[in-house]
Write a protein of this length. Sequence first.
Length: 215
Amino acid sequence: MKHLVAPSILAANFNNLDKEVKLVNNSQADWFHLDVMDGLFVPNISFGIPIVKHINKIAKKPLDVHLMIENPSNYIEKFKNCGADILTVHYEACKHLHRVIENIKKNNMKAGVAINPHTPVNLLKEILKDIDLVCIMSVNPGFGGQSFILQTHEKIKKLAKLKIENNFLIEVDGGVNIDNAKEIIKSGADVLVAGSSVFKSENPESAIDKIKNLS
Ligand code: DX5
Ligand code: ZN
């Protein structure tokens, strides 16, 4: 499968959000990656439902919503209603992960589970058949612009071995850029999230296309 690219809007220029969304529409990006942070699960607050709703009005590609929040189960329906297509919750934030996943799917969204750098992939073993995506955090969540943690390659490879007929996608999130993307794909990533390396570059559209056209 050709890898997918999901630009992270966290690094976009919010003074002209519409322009940034349109730029992603016009690029070869596959999804929009939207990082929702609550200041509790992670030490930062980003944006919430009204912004996701606004982006959904302009976006012509699926919304991949990454919830870095406590008690995500309280917000599943709300994110469905503002346009999320894929809803990813953190393993570390869910006491009853199976129930949360069922609930996401009942609300007609694809279900994703994200794991922090310290969380081993084999903890997901019993739930892999139920989910559509695993988001391997390659930085500690909370901020854009951090460096890719090299140990992530081992995690991607381990998780790729647990795939049964490509039943879930492996997404890698944090510190992805044009220089390390090829190696990340080689390790087994299906979806690359890229924030700073796209939006802080001189030409974000071509930065997206360059990552997409790597083989
Ligand atoms: C980090 C977020 C990432 C972030 C990636 O907590 O989950 O999606 O936006 O940004 P870069 O690509 O700048 O590391
Ligand atoms: Zn993210």
